[in-house]
Design a protein around this ligand. Structure first.
Ligand code: THU
Length: 136
């Protein structure tokens, strides 16, 4: 595993410790390496009005954009329960990841036991919706 990935996974685990998930008790951390090599993190933040809660990946993307990052090089997500399930990004997060991805972007998932899975956004979101007229 590249050293960069280890560092990213550590950053995602650290963010996960701050997850605010009193309703689901499902704690998720995410960390991004952007096109400049900078790291941005996020955790899930729930709300008593359930739909107002946000996922870890989406919050990490928001942090990246606010800091001036343009593309996701790698995004790592750490979550899951004791059953060792991987926290695969929800549908909305897949669309959000796509927005800042290219063919080289990698999505890394880590479960409670430290096992790792690696995907491209095309694998996670085939036939994705795209707006061709976006001016980037
Ligand atoms: N969650 C994430 O943060 N990322 C995902 O990819 C899936 C789900 C959060 C949302 C909610 O706070 C909790 O996990 C349970 O759904």
């Amino acid at each position: 595993m590249p050293v960069e990935h280890e560092q990213l996974i550590e950053a995602a685990k650290k963010a996960r410790q701050n997850a605010y998930a009193p309703y689901s008790n499902y704690f998720v951390g995410a960390a991004i390496v952007d096109d400049r090599g900078d790291i941005h993190t996020g955790c899930n933040v729930e709300n008593a009005a359930y739909p107002e809660g946000n996922c870890a990946e989406t919050n990490a993307i928001g942090a990246m954009v606010a800091a001036g990052g343009k593309r996701i090089s790698v995004i790592a997500a750490v979550g899951g329960g004791d059953d060792l399930e991987f926290c695969t990004p929800c549908g909305g997060c897949r669309q959000s990841i796509l927005e800042f991805s290219d063919e080289n972007t990698r999505i890394i998932l880590i479960n409670e036991e430290g096992q790792i899975q690696k995907y491209s956004i095309d694998e996670l979101l085939p036939l994705a919706f795209r707006l061709r007229q976006a001016r980037l």
